[in-house]
Write a protein that binds this ligand. Structure first.
Ligand code: NAD
Length: 370
């Protein structure tokens, strides 16, 4: 990774910009990985422990996600060092100063990520005019509220189910992380007849093999409670969700939650990666060898960025949902068809598809290399 970062590979990174403003205490980095498909879109992450390498890994993930989704955007990401819960005035000052420093960086469009939200994007928009994930009052589509990523995960499940020999009606679903992504995926799947049998959050796991009312659980979470406050079912420790037998398992929380040392605990047929990089490559390989289908993050969870790109062009919420449905269904089908025909892992097939699309775009550049 350090080598790629230092010297670049066939895709990027195109630019790495360090921003430092000692009088404000601003330290931040922008990585624009690849812009062959258009200006890069990617979130601004605020955390005390971010790094340039992390920024590059996330920017590359956006290159793959945006190209797989057929968006007219490349991949980029920015990180700002700091506690995301710092006082609002300080956060606004730092974010505005960072945006201002990048005011001429037309190759990058800001979006929200961990530690930033629609208010932060409104500050960026006000400062330089280039941001997605805006408040509705500024023409934004509230993608977490409407469940853009969950909608994509649902379509991914519909397409993948026959490849794993399962039916969505009656399928048992377990979700790690009942937040913006997890709860909406649960809602759309339940509407199609699937049954939520377990859900977790940072406090614990709730398990009920007879089924959990997805809306009741979401209301409880919205009221600031935890899944363990749900009245009906067993309350287990946080990672017990990994052991729950089900047909569909959805990680929607943190990176690297399933690794070589705990992957054997999963008892499922299909995994839809709602979170970014939730499994290690070794764990994915073990599951592939066992015949479990794992739809990779940059295919399965692209609903959010598709919605953001549509918002940037002034599209309606309805049009955004339609685009998510079409793009995620087509990509899931393409990946699984390649898996079946050539016995590739879903990640290898998805990487091939996304990289090919970036290279095609690069072939039209002034100095084509492919
Ligand atoms: P969120 O903060 O709304 O929800 C995350 C949930 O996970 C919370 O309920 C939290 O309590 C729980 N959680 C945290 N650590 C956990 C752990 N170790 N075990 C179990 N639960 C845990 O966040 P979100 O927007 O739903 O995002 C979830 C993941 O999906 C993140 O990795 C994010 O990067 C990724 N993602 C989000 C979107 C989007 O549209 N929001 C799009 C693509 C990818």
């Amino acid at each position: 990774m350090n080598d790629i970062f230092a010297f670049g590979d066939e895709l990027g990174p195109a630019k790495v910009i360090h921003v430092y403003e000692p009088t404000l205490g601003l330290r931040a980095v922008l990585v624009v990985d690849n812009v062959a498909r258009g200006p890069s879109i990617g979130g601004l992450r605020v955390a005390p422990d971010v790094s340039t390498v992390e920024c590059f890994r996330l920017a590359r993930a956006m290159t793959l996600k945006n190209s797989a989704a057929g968006l007219a955007h490349g991949g980029g990401k920015s990180v700002l060092y700091g506690d995301p819960r710092m006082p609002r005035e300080q956060k606004e000052r730092l974010i505005r100063a960072f945006a201002h420093a990048l005011r001429n960086e037309q190759d990058y469009i800001f979006g929200p990520d961990m530690g930033t939200d629609e208010t932060c994007m409104a500050w960026v928009k006000d400062e330089i005019g280039r941001a997605t994930g805006l408040p509705a009052a500024m023409g934004g589509i509230p993608l977490d509220e409407i469940g853009a990523t969950g909608w994509g995960l649902f379509h991914c499940a519909e397409v993948a189910a026959p490849y794993c020999g399962i039916k969505l009606t009656g399928a048992r679903v377990a979700i790690q992380g009942y937040g913006a992504v997890g709860k909406h995926a649960a809602r759309f799947l339940a509407q199609r007849g699937a049954m939520l049998v377990a859900a977790s959050d940072s406090h614990g796991t709730l398990r009920n093999p007879r089924g959990i009312d997805v809306d009741k659980l979401a209301r409880l979470k919205d009221d600031g409670k935890t899944v363990c406050d749900y009245p009906d079912g067993a309350r287990l420790d946080r990672d017990a969700v990994i052991d729950v037998e089900c047909e569909i398992w959805i990680p929607a929380a943190r990176p690297d939650v399933v690794r070589e040392d705990n992957v054997q605990r999963l008892k499922t047929r299909l995994v839809l990666q709602g979170a970014n990089i939730p499994f290690t490559p070794g764990a994915e390989k073990i599951l592939h060898d066992k015949g479990v289908i794992v739809i990779p993050d940059f295919i399965a969870n692209a609903g959010g960025v598709i919605c953001a790109a549509m918002e940037y062009r002034g599209a309606t919420e309805r049009a955004a949902f339609q685009a998510i449905e079409e793009k995620i269904r087509a990509n899931t089908e393409a990946v699984l068809a390649a898996v079946k025909a050539r016995n590739l892992s879903p990640r290898a097939a998805a990487l091939e598809l996304a990289t090919q699309r970036v290279k095609q775009a690069m072939s039209y550049r002034r100095w084509p290399i492919f």
